[in-house]
Design a protein. Sequence first.
Length: 469
Amino acid sequence: MTHAIAQLAAVVATALFIFSLYWMNDPKTARRGVTAGVIGMLVAVGATWVQPEIVHHGWIVLAIVAGFIVGVPLSRVPLTAVPQRTALSHAFGGLAAGLVGTAEYFLGLGAGGADLSAFRMSAIVAEIILGFLTFTGSLMATGKLQEVRWIPQRPVTYPGQNVVNIGVLVIAVALGVLVAVHPAAAWSARAFLAIVGLALLFGVLLIIPIGGADMPTVISILNSYAGLSAVAMGFVLDNKLLVTAGALDGSSGLILSIIMCRAMNRSFTNVLFGAFGTVKAAAVTGEQKAWKEETVEGAAQLLEQARLVVIIPGYGMAVAQAQHKVRELYDQLTKRGVTVKFAIHPVAGRMPGHMNVLLAEADIPYTALVEMDEINSDMPQCDVALVVGANDVVNPAARYAKDSPIYGMPIIDADKARTVLAIKRSKKPGFAGIDNELYVQDNTWMLFGDAKAVLGDLVRQLTGGSGLH
Ligand code: NAP
């Protein structure tokens, strides 16, 4: 009976996971997607728990309580810390898979090794290599993103790095093959522990050549490694739900990393070998043009008189937490009959969906959010493009500068608007470390300052208030 319930629960949970991913594709249904995922996980854990071989281990309650104690505060981190929080979750997932694989091997060994078939051993070896490398790799990624002092933020590179990294992995896999073929030999347990050590080391080596700001892409790759280790764990434990959930996790992580790579025009093989993140500062080319500044009064007037305003948010809006001021500006302009759209670049900010989440937090209607491909055809008709802390995603050099680190990255065509107003604090470059000619183009006017403060001033100007920043 419990077996039938478990089978049914596995089907229900799998369906919920699939719908959860599907609904998360659209901001309108994303909340439903999260709820479906949570319910799916509750069904999965509940159904596993009622299994006769597990239910008598009452102490499992302690593990669940410990999970809650760690998990609930983790869910409360600010939005800007979500990438490192996600990396930490992957670390726990990887560790769990690695420990389960280790336990299964030593239990099997203690029982004489009859259960350790070549297939089962292959799954265990895959599980521990992927699990343990995900554990240390994700911890390193968390440390880099959290800017932990003793973990270098800069990419650490040395000659022959890829050879060393691949060498470590090859040795681990070769030992894995030996252990899978001879699981109960006198030396096997030591070889097994050596694989664990090498996988832990490989996770660290994989991450150190990558710069802190490139971590979101790496996290999504580690997500897929964690998923694959869960698939292997599913085979080891003969748990179909783990196999399907792990496969969904692994493939969605992989798809997300491919989307991010494409949106940044990075090669996927480059990412897989961990040899990216060393952004070279681009040389300043051509004549030096002057930066022109606009006053808040002048900018407010331009915005008021426009028919179509396209707001292009970027990382600076997240840093300044300016989304609520953006909303106030949106209200002021739409009240005056101005059409206001938001241009959403897939890699604006520092994590996928960063801008969507911030704008949704400020209750900006989803219908006003327009994806890059769609908005670009509107840009020549746009009266004012208001750039709020975006830089690389509006840099025209991506179209033609072959030596630029962002060459080939699709951009939002802000430069094609009739007038460009750009808010940033200084003349410093953005994430890719290169100058942006958009800011010195003839029809661009800068509004220097913190995005929240400048937008606050603009709103006050439009509402006729005083006390400008
Ligand atoms: P960006 O190129 O990093 O530029 C952000 C701009 O915001 C900077 O020029 C900065 O100039 C300005 N800024 C920072 N704080 C500000 C504040 N408080 N007020 C006003 N302005 C502020 O950002 P982006 O255009 O959004 O491009 C994202 C970049 O991140 C891309 O290169 C992308 O490839 C990369 N990336 C994205 C992801 C992702 O998943 N989204 C993942 C990895 C990498 P000042 O310092 O002068 O103010």
